[in-house]
Ligand binder design. Structure first.
Ligand code: ATP
Ligand code: MG
Length: 237
C-alpha cells in the first residue's frame, strides 16, 4: 500500500460517543472515547474488539446513523471535504447515495420490491442507464449464486444468507470511495464467503477505502491491511 502519498478518505479525531438510556432512568455510558485514526484509499481497516466493544456503533457513526458526542470525522472522497459529525441531513443523504456504502448484517427490505431492482438502484441513483444497471446487477447476482428464479421476488422471504448476499450485491454493484462492512460474511457458507472476499479485494484494487468488521480470523487476515483495536484505541498493525 502506497498510502504515504495519498490523502486519507476518512480521518477521525478525538471521536467520542456515549448512549443515554432515556427510558431507563437517564443512565449514560461511554461506548468509545477520544479515538483517532485515518483510512486511506485502497486499504481495508478492520475494527477489532470483543462483543459489545462498540464496533457496530462506530461504523454507524460514520454513516451518521448515530450522533457522536465530540470530535470530528472528516470525509474527503474527492476535492470536497465533509465533517460527518456536523453534516446536514441533505448532504448526508447525498453521500449515502453517491459516496459511502454501508452493509449491515441484516437487509432491511421494502416489501414487494424485487431483488433485482434493489441491486440495480445504486446504479440508477448515480445516473446509469436502465439497461446497463440491469446487466451489472444480473452479473453480480449470478456471481453471488442467487438463483435466477428469485430475482423478481422480494427478499422478505429469502434465507438469512440470501438476504445478506442481496445486501452485498447492492453495495458492490458500483464503486464507492468508502465502504462500511458490518460482518458481511457472517451468515455465508465457505463458497460465498470466498466470493465476498474477492469482491472486497477488487474494490480495494480500484482505490475504495474499506472499514470492516469480520467475525472470523481467516477473513480478517485475508483482507485487513491494518487492524484497529477498540479495547485500547490503537492500531494493532
Ligand atoms: N441504540 C443503542 N442504544 C443504547 N445502547 C446501545 C445502542 N446500540 C448499541 N448500544 C450499546 O453499545 C455497546 C456497543 O454495541 P455494539 O453493537 O457497537 O457492539 P459490537 O462491538 O458491534 O458487538 P458485537 O461484536 O456483538 O456485534 C453495547 O453495550 C450496546 O448495548
Ligand atoms: Mg456488532
Amino acid at each position: 500500500m502506497s498510502s504515504v502519498m495519498k490523502q486519507p478518505v476518512l480521518s477521525i479525531k478525538k471521536l467520542s460517543k456515549s448512549f443515554t438510556l432515556h427510558n431507563q432512568g437517564e443512565v449514560s455510558f461511554t461506548v468509545f472515547d477520544n479515538l483517532d485514526f485515518k483510512v486511506y484509499p485502497g486499504e481495508c481497516l478492520v475494527l477489532h474488539g470483543e462483543s459489545g466493544m462498540g464496533k457496530s456503533t462506530l461504523l454507524r457513526c460514520f454513516y451518521a446513523n448515530y450522533q457522536t458526542d465530540s470530535g470530528s470525522m472528516i470525509f474527503s472522497p474527492d476535492d470536497e471535504s465533509y465533517d460527518i459529525a456536523r453534516i446536514s441531513d441533505r448532504l448526508m443523504n447525498m453521500l449515502r447515495r453517491e459516496k459511502i456504502a454501508y452493509v449491515s448484517q441484516f437487509l432491511r427490505v421494502i416489501p414487494r420490491v424485487p431483488a433485482l431492482s434493489i441491486v440495480m438502484q445504486p446504479m440508477l441513483d448515480i445516473g446509469h442507464e436502465y439497461k446497463v444497471a440491469k446487466q451489472k446487477a444480473s452479473h453480480i447476482l449470478k456471481r453471488l449464486n442467487i438463483p435466477e428464479k428469485l430475482w423478481q421476488l422480494s427478499p422478505t422471504t429469502f434465507s438469512g444468507g440470501e438476504q445478506q448476499r442481496i445486501n452485498i450485491a447492492r453495495a458492490f454493484v458500483v464503486r464507492w470511495p468508502l465502504m462500511l462492512l458490518d460482518e458481511p460474511t457472517a451468515s455465508l457458507d465457505a463458497e460465498n464467503r470466498e466470493i465476498v472476499l474477492q469482491l472486497i479485494e477488487e474494490a480495494k484494487s480500484v482505490n475504495t477505502a474499506i472499514i470492516g468488521i469480520f467475525h472470523d480470523k481467516e477473513s480478517r487476515d485475508r483482507v485487513a491491511d491494518r487492524v484497529f483495536d477498540l479495547a485500547t484505541g490503537t492500531m494493532k498493525r
